[in-house]
Design a protein around this ligand. Sequence first.
Ligand code: UD1
Ligand code: MG
Length: 472
Amino acid sequence: MSSTLSRAETWSLLTLSAACVGVLVKTYQDDGEPLFASLALGLAAFAASYAMIVWLGDAFIAVGRKGTDMSKKHKVEIPETMGAVCGVVYIFAIIIFIPFAFRRDIVAATSGGGSKDAVLNVEHVETGRILHRFPLSKLSSYAYALISVALIYILGIADDIFDMRWRHKVFIPAFASIPMLLFYYVDFGVTQVVVPILLRPYFGELLNLGSLYYAYMAAVTIFAPNSINILAGINGIEVGQSIVIGILILLNSSLYILPLSSTTTSPPNQATMDVHLFTIYLLLPFLGVSLALLKHNWYPARVFVGDTYCYFAGMVFAVVGILGHFSKTLLLLFLPQIANFIYSAPQLFHIIPCPRHRLPRFNARTGLLEPSVTTHPPEKPLRKPLVPVLELLHALHLLEVKKDESGRIISSTNLTLLNLWLVWRGPRREDRLAIEILSMQMCVGLLGLWVRHRLALLVFTQDNRAVGGSHV
Ligand code: UD1
Ligand code: MG
């Protein structure tokens, strides 16, 4: 990979960056919409990540951060862990955004309506009444979200450097979630869930889950990053799926801040709008850095994203889902990842042997990807009770097994959604497989959101687009 930008790239990125700085300065001077600042920061984050990935590629290789693309004819080594660049740019983008997010609050909280010449009343300063009007809790949500993202970033890099074992690395997100969960406890603390109408005779309208709710939130945080990391192995798929989830969350949050449709009557309250704006502000720079990474990671990949990116992306989603109080809707947007996890479970829990890599197999003769397999040699045969199960799954087209002349199973396809897709649809070129999986994910997500907002009215009496604080 060349470590310099082409002339066209340089000029495009410079123009984009200059326009973004212009928008940021104007927004700050005019107390403008923070959304414009967030959008400008997202684009600036795109430009910065795009350039830095190109500039730093060789430096990453020089310190051993490289990997071999297993699905290419000519096996070349390309930079690995490039998600680390995105993580840093993202963290800075959010830090820079904070003054824009609170510009209006600073103005409102300052005596004299923001006029810097106005003399502050000493009494007010001493009693702290001026600060009372500043939304400190809102500011803290940014701070704690950032701490959790920064923590997973550090732990993700440790994983990429030391290539940790699955049984250890799977809990990395749990540690990183601690700051966010503690903030949730101190700031919001709601552990009640709205009960569907059908179950209300047994549980009442609201069910308090207490500490179980924290266990559930920790589970969501462990699941989101790891599920992205195991739906992996073809160019563009880790970043691509994260961008799709990001767009779907953005769409969901926009529904809360745009004027309501006729299905609900009351307008959304300020608290609901605030958490969804918070979500949008955290997501726009995320999409910026991710699109830059996708440009370099798309087929034929010039860089790999590394586990750092998968953890970082999953953590951003967990943070917005939990602090935005829509963790169950979030899970709806993770349906393909949930399916991949359930399907993978026999290998993840070593009921069926799990090789280090389960990515599809590259057929050098055809140039296409085929399902990869786990072999079951005579010295290590498949456990007896599993034989009829695999045969049944084979008959149902849920995997493929190969047998020898004696009828003994000698291999079975690896249990990932990517391999299953290849079993169903036949061999495919790598980019075509990625496009099909991402399109499927987008369709499932849009359907999920539609069902979520339509059926919520039937199952919960009202869609929480019009109410704040409840978890639906
Ligand atoms: C996870 C998967 C593993 C899969 C790997 C691919 C589980 C339990 N683990 O492991 O099965 O093989 O992701 O990322 O499901 N690579 C490519 N092409 C790509 C992406 C990656 O060849 O498009 C290879 C490269 O050699 C790269 C390596 O995979 O260096 C990265 O693997 P890593 O992310 O460390 O694997 P895991 O996340 O541990
Ligand atoms: Mg990985």
